[in-house]
Design a protein around this ligand. Structure first.
Ligand code: CAA
Length: 261
């Protein structure tokens, strides 16, 4: 499949999706969101080949500077609803991908860009990264999940401050707020993300997929229900080849050879 607004490459079990509209600071329009969705489908279709996905932005300046403001300025309410629905579908698909997803935030992650990063499991940043939800400056609110994912990631009061003020956080402030994990030099960012991706991708894929599902669901469930989900998933693994191999390898003092899921 060929893409215009993104690139998609797979190497060593890790897929790298790069939003590639550097002249627009990688802003998200319908075509770009659609292509992101298509690349995620490719990743989902080949779980044996793609065991982790990294998202990043082309160029030195931006991860993604938000939804495409020029395109949005032409929308009426019904079209804006469709646009937000496409954003939600795309980011929901990213969040639900059964392999680990890592945002490598190399520059501005504003509005839809911050929302894209927050739909990933892990976020690493370069020291040039900038995070924010500046929609109120445009007379808008976050439309790709920011009002809801931000409060889950950084807490309600911090999320309110970020969204109400539209302030942009540098990488250190973003890390302190819980928006990203490690902050590294720009030239080290992709390798850092790839090293984490390869490490995680070497673990049991069925276990990883279930951890992700149970943790994600559980975060929005009452604790007893979430613990039930954990027990069911834990028990289910005992019927599969992966856990048998993992435990046998430990007992035989050898590395595990996990089958493709
Ligand atoms: N949409 C469309 N084009 C954008 C864009 C965006 N979100 N962000 C930047 N661009 C374009 C600029 O229009 C400019 O294009 P031209 O060269 O053709 O004029 C080019 O990218 C470079 O940008 P700047 O000249 O503005 O670069 P800068 O270094 O001076 O500033 C910036 C960088 C602070 C990121 C600034 O571009 C900016 O504030 N961008 C908008 C950020 C924003 O408001 N994002 C939220 C969008 S709304 C949203 O995302 C809603 C949602 O939740 C779905």
């Amino acid at each position: 499949m060929s893409f215009q607004n993104i690139t998609w490459e797979v190497a060593d079990g890790v897929g790298t999706l790069t939003v590639n509209r550097p002249k627009q600071l990688n802003a998200l329009d319908v075509a770009t969101l659609t292509e992101i969705g298509q690349a995620l489908e490719l990743a989902r279709a080949e779980p044996g080949q793609v065991r982790a996905v990294i998202l990043t932005g082309a160029g030195e300046k931006a991860f993604v500077a938000g939804a495409d403001i020029a395109a949005m300025s032409r929308l009426g309410p019904a079209e804006a609803s469709d646009f937000a629905a496409l954003g939600h579908r795309t980011l929901d698909a990213l969040e639900a991908l059964p392999v680990v997803t890592i945002a490598a935030v190399n520059g501005f992650a504003l509005g839809g860009g911050c929302e894209l990063a927050m739909a990933c499991d892990l976020v690493y940043a370069s020291d040039k990264a900038r995070f924010g939800q500046p929609e109120v400056n445009l007379g808008l609110i976050p439309g790709f999940g920011g009002t809801q994912r931000l409060l889950r990631r950084v807490g309600l009061m911090r999320a309110k401050e970020m969204i109400f003020s539209g302030e942009v956080y540098d990488a250190a402030a973003a890390r302190a707020a819980g928006l990203c994990l490690d902050v590294v030099a720009p030239e080290k960012l992709l390798e850092h993300a790839r090293a984490k991706a390869r490490l995680i991708a070497s673990r049991g894929p069925a276990a990883l997929a279930l951890c992700k599902k149970v943790m994600q669901r559980g975060a929005d469930q009452p604790l007893p229900q979430a613990l039930d989900g954990e027990r069911t998933a834990f028990a289910g693994l005992f019927g599969g080849a992966e856990a048998k191999e993992g435990m046998a390898a430990f007992l035989e003092k050898r590395p595990a050879r996990f089958p493709a899921p």
